[in-house]
Design a protein around this ligand. Sequence first.
Ligand code: FES
Length: 284
Amino acid sequence: MNKILNITQLAPEVFRMEVEAPLIARERKPGQFIILQIDDDFGERIPLTIADADPDRGTITLIFQAVGKTTHLLAEKRPGESIAALLGPLGQPTHIEKVGHVVCVGGGIGVAPLHPIAQAMKAAGNRVTIIMGARNKDLLIMEDEMRRIADELIIVTDDGSRGRKALVTEPLKQLCEQTPKPNMAVAIGPPIMMKFCAETTRPYDVHTVVSLNTIMIDGTGMCGGCRVTVGGETKFVCVDGPEFDGHKVDFDNMMKRLRAYKPREDADHQAHHCRLDAAAARLR
Ligand code: FES
């Protein structure tokens, strides 16, 4: 059991949770993730990136969006309660080296997994430009943390309520057009955003790393639930990833597989809310 030390809301439906996990806190590296099972033996297992860790306190920080049944249940947890199982750290760590100029692109909740990578890229001596994007200003997270790392911070929103009214691909393209062009890009966010970031950098031949967040079950390469096609080959996100060359990922196939369980997930989510409404009515 892993005790929850605190939970705060960062944006509508977005939460930051600090959990006791001393071994994971000591071992984790940027880019790695955990698989979490919330309370019983048969609960859904979901992958979450480790946004930060404090080895001295023996804690890790998870940032998640309450989008499905399990993440809503997680958001209802309170300090002092526990999570039944945390498995990790899993996946390959980010390859960190000094390459020169790295552009880090984070969309929505994707800023959370981007944070430790941007931090490590900066610590390795790179010039780091960070592009953060969200639908509107209320959905931007970790702006202060990213500002502390970035040599240049570019904020964009779909509706122009904060920063430039643009998609993240617009400043990314402008950076690629500069001389010298960036040496590398790291893009993390919704699959469609990562796909178009990769398409933006492709003509400029800027190596682009993406971090994939697929359905996962065992997290050890056994079940095949997380398989994706990269460069024409089958890869498992949990053991081969989560990071891959964005120019080689078959995003259309990945997005199709992600949609496969949506109707079941929506039904479970709806049933969960019905039970909450009924419980609230009994208390009135
Ligand atoms: S989660 Fe089962 S193979 Fe990756």
